[in-house]
Design a protein around this ligand. Sequence first.
Ligand code: ZN
Length: 421
Amino acid sequence: MIKMYDLLKELFPICRSLTGNGVRQTFEILKKHIPLEVQEFSSGTKCFDWVIPDEWNIKSAWIKDWNGNKIVDFSEHNLHILGYSIPYSGEITLEDLKKHIYTDPERPDAIPYRTSYYEKRWGFCMSHRQFETLKEGKYQVHIDSSLKPGSLTLAEAFIKGKTEKEIFFSCYVCHPSMADDSISGVVMTTKLYEYLKNRKDNYYSYRFIFVPETIGAIAYLSKYGEMLKKSTFCGMVLTCVGDPGDFNYKKTRQGTHSLDRIAENILKHSGFKHHMHDFFLPGSDERQYSSPGFNIPAGSLMRSFYGLPKYHSSQDNLDFVTEEGLNQTFDIYTKIIEAFEADFKYLNTNPFCEPFLSKYGLYSTLGAQMDGSKYIKKVLSILNFSDGQHSLVDIAEKTGFCISDLLDTVKILEEKGLLKK
Ligand code: ZN
């Protein structure tokens, strides 16, 4: 059994980027839990309007003061280096050094996360508090990185169901040392693989996509987009799923897909504070899946992604994500999956008046009891609306039930021969 928080802790220290060994190392760890098929896309490969960039790797980086004290050291925190920094070594004045330092004055204690993927630069990130203490003098700068032709690495796994129709879960693997943004989605996707692998009789086929954000999704779609477009029923992009904040659901571009309605129905009855959002831009890889050429319905169930003050900084750390937060989100995801797996249009096999329920053991023979009325309401609601026109989520919405609460009753009615798909 995968313990999500433990896996998160294992992945957290790795220096990931769009490309490079950090992503490969991440996949090696994940492979202990999910049979990933890893693929490389060479630098320079054209993917629609984009080109796969050179591969970036880094061994060490630091700034020393005139006494030889390291004032910034990449080995202490991955976020200290500007992502994709080109190699550099030299002596530099404070004035020149400042041009290469990135801080966030609004969050003075946090090391911000900054990258320069498409413009060759070198730089460091530090807390604004530290930046303000820097004194005049000559500093030694050292960045042992490489940026040269190589490849971009992505991976996927697949579970075949009864139908070719697929539901995908997509997460991104390019963020270094941030817990909620990116890695929480990676561990959740891996956990969902485990859940679906152990689940019996999946109706849908399930795909699990691990890509560097944006360019990785574009590379993946350049190769598999047509296939995905044909086979996909809907997808979900997983990120920011581990903090204990309110739930936030971002609807598909279509806005009325059964994914949107199932997610809303389940959240509404979950007891958790939650917010529904129409599809908006930017966001994450749902932008690529739902670009007009593909128009694949992709939603995203997150926690406090919106307005998250700790976002893209060292404050998105292992304290911000909690085991409980991860487990609660996992529970909602599995409820959504279970609802999908039962969200069909059913037919009442006994449509002329109601069936005599006690004959099927579905009704207490002691009349006029007040309890059990919710159960009877469920039975009668499902039977009444199962005219081949209403899906299960339609019935849940019409009758005010949580779709999850209808599943057992549907199963019983199917077993008694009163209902069929
Ligand atoms: Zn991010």
